[in-house]
Every structure is written in structure tokens, then in C-alpha cells.
Design a protein around this ligand. Structure first.
Ligand code: ASP
Length: 338
């Protein structure tokens, strides 16, 4: 029986670093190097390897991920594995999930421990990603799963996965839903299919999005915060280039009362999404009164971000604005996230 064809696209990140003469890790390895480091891959699949870039994911751009999505659509393979840095994987995987609607598995993976350390996790994660991409259940349900992240032998939905620790090996989690599957020995053990109606609805409005970048500001609300930066941003030439904003709000969707005027001023000036700084929702809609709680903010025109983490809300808002969607449509898409 012929082996499935899996195409590995390497962007960079810790998984692709090597030490320079001082011992500092620098971007360096390409897709061929990553694949060559895991000889067993050849027994599982016919592997294609393509180096897309050699950058840390902390420096990736929306445009680069749009270009990557275009490349993935053109790949002739039974599955795609993207290797990149861990720092923005929670955002890039969600953006790919919004942009791609494919019948084949698309897996994003990375490494926390660099190749110069004892027991780096990159080779194991790449092997796990390829095993997941070739698994029968995953292939049969590729469309239902959407883009997934594979780290440390667990499979996570792109809309839920978060980087929850800066350095340790088990740095990824889906805090709201848990993993979709686990890898044990060489088997994928399925747990659940993700609920994807909101992603599918968003994708139907975003299909073929090709507009230019629409920068979205992120304001993280904190104790005693008066959001004084907001009016400065609005008063600056071209609003500093920003076309929308995400407010990472407290609790079920609250901002400090002393910030209310600025928050509402922002929402009047540009599409402004409220998202839970607690890391994921859903948020409240009709419980608390007062000038800066959810009832008042929703009445004042703030868009309710649903269960999406603020980083993922920012990805969705940028994509909506890039696609030229109006405020009402954007609000409707976010609403579907609960
Ligand atoms: N800064 C690196 C990056 O995201 C960290 C990593 O890969 O884990 O590219």
C-alpha cells in the first residue's frame, strides 16, 4: 500500500535553531534538516520538505500567514505539517483555521526545547504531527477538526489552544475544551471533535480574503486602569494606523469605571471587541448593571467577543477588517462564539 504524502513547511522558531559561535541559538535549520533528524518519518509517510522562512514566530506577520495559507492550498499532498516557533502558535494556527477549508489534515507543531539541549522536543513533536496527519480518524475527520496543533503528544483545536507557560515542556493546553486526541505509542486515540459552527460561519464571510493589513490594537485592562492611551491613539495622525481594537476586559466583560468614557469613545471610532482577559469565555451578557459592566458596554456598541481569548479575538478582528466586513457583520460573527 502506498504511503500517505505529507508536506512539511518550516517557518523557523526554536525547533529550527542552532547555536552560533557564542552558544546563542540562532535561526538556521530548514525543513530538510528537521525531517532528516527523524529518520523514522520515511517509514510512515512520503515526506516533502519546504523551507518557507527562518524566523522566530514572535516576528511573524499576518501577511506571512496569509501567504502560507495560499501555499498550503496549492500543496499536492495528503496532509500538511507546519513547523514554527511556539510564541505565536496560538494565533497563527487560528488564523490558518479561519483561512483554510481543506479536506486534508493541517497540523501546526513546534518545540519548547532547542536542538542543542539534552532531550529537545522538536523531533518528537514532528514525528507526532506526521503520525497525526496520517492517522485514519484524523484524515476522515480532517474538515471537522480544522487546523490542529500537536504538542507533546496531544492534539488541540486551533480556536482553543493556548501557550500557557513560557518555558516548560508542557506549555500548551486547551483550557476550555481539553485536547481532541492523544498520541499513545504510535496510535492516535480520539477524544472529541470540536464544535466549529462559529469558525465555519466566520469562514463563509472571510472566504478569499485578500485585502491589506488592518492593524488591531490590544488593550489589556488592569487594576486602576483609566485607559488613557485610547484617546491619544484616536487623536494621532491616521489613528496610528489602527483600524480596530480588542479590549481584554475583566471578569465577565467589565472595565474600570474610570475607563468607561475612553472605552466607549474607542468603540464609537472603530470596531472594538471586548474579550475576556481571564483567558477564554464565554462572558456575561445581562447580569451586572453599572456604567462599565457588560449591559452598559454592550448597549454602548462594544462588540462582544464570546469565548475567544483576546489574542484570538484580535486575529479574527484583523481578518474581518482585512476582508472589508462592516461592523454589524463583525458583531454577528463574534456573537456566534458565545
Ligand atoms: N521565540 C521562539 C519562537 O516563537 C520560541 C519558540 O519557538 O519556542 O519562534
Amino acid at each position: 500500500m502506498s504511503k500517505p504524502r505529507i508536506h512539511v513547511l518550516a517557518l523557523g522558531g526554536t525547533i529550527a535553531t542552532r547555536p552560533d559561535s557564542t552558544g546563542a541559538m540562532q535561526m538556521g535549520l530548514g525543513a530538510d534538516d528537521l525531517v532528516a533528524a527523524v529518520p523514522v518519518l520515511k517509514e510512515i509517510a512520503e515526506i516533502g520538505a519546504e523551507t518557507v522562512s527562518r524566523v522566530g514566530s514572535h516576528s511573524l506577520s499576518f501577511d506571512q500567514i496569509h501567504a502560507l495559507a495560499t501555499r498550503i492550498r496549492d500543496v499536492k499532498a495528503d496532509g500538511v505539517v507546519v513547523t514554527q516557533g511556539t510564541d505565536t502558535m496560538e494565533e497563527t494556527s487560528f488564523l490558518l483555521d479561519l483561512l483554510l477549508d481543506l479536506e486534508i489534515p493541517v497540523i501546526v507543531t513546534a518545540a519548547m526545547r532547542n536542538p542543542a539541549l539534552t532531550s529537545p522536543d522538536g523531533p518528537g513533536n514532528l514525528l507526532a504531527a506526521v503520525r497525526v496527519a496520517t492517522d485514519d480518524w484524523v484524515r476522515k475527520n480532517a474538515k471537522a477538526l480544522g487546523v490542529v496543533a500537536v504538542m507533546l503528544d496531544e492534539v488541540y483545536a486551533a480556536s482553543d489552544v493556548l501557550k500557557v507557560h513560557p518555558t516548560r515542556l508542557n506549555a500548551f493546553a486547551s483550557t476550555q475544551t481539553g485536547p481532541l486526541a492523544a498520541l499513545v505509542e504510535d496510535r492516535v486515540v480520539p477524544f472529541a471533535l470540536p464544535v466549529r459552527n462559529a469558525v465555519v460561519a466566520a469562514r463563509s464571510k472571510l472566504a478569499g480574503v485578500s485585502g491589506k493589513a488592518a492593524p488591531v490594537a490590544l488593550f489589556w485592562m488592569s487594576l486602576d486602569d483609566d485607559a488613557a492611551l485610547m484617546p491619544f491613539m484616536l487623536a494621532a495622525p491616521d489613528r496610528l494606523g489602527f483600524r480596530g481594537a480588542v479590549i481584554a476586559a475583566m471578569g465577565g466583560g467589565h472595565t474600570p469605571e474610570r475607563a468607561t468614557e475612553n472605552v466607549i469613545g474607542l468603540a464609537k471610532a472603530m470596531p472594538t471587541v471586548v474579550s475576556p482577559r481571564a483567558g477564554g469565555g464565554p462572558m456575561l451578557r445581562k447580569t451586572y448593571g453599572g456604567s462599565s459592566s457588560e449591559i452598559a458596554l454592550r448597549e454602548a456598541g462594544l462588540i462582544w467577543g464570546g469565548r475567544l481569548h483576546p489574542l484570538k479575538a484580535r486575529v479574527l478582528l484583523e481578518t474581518c477588517l482585512r476582508a472589508g466586513l462592516d461592523r454589524a457583520t463583525i458583531a454577528e460573527l463574534f456573537d456566534a462564539f458565545g
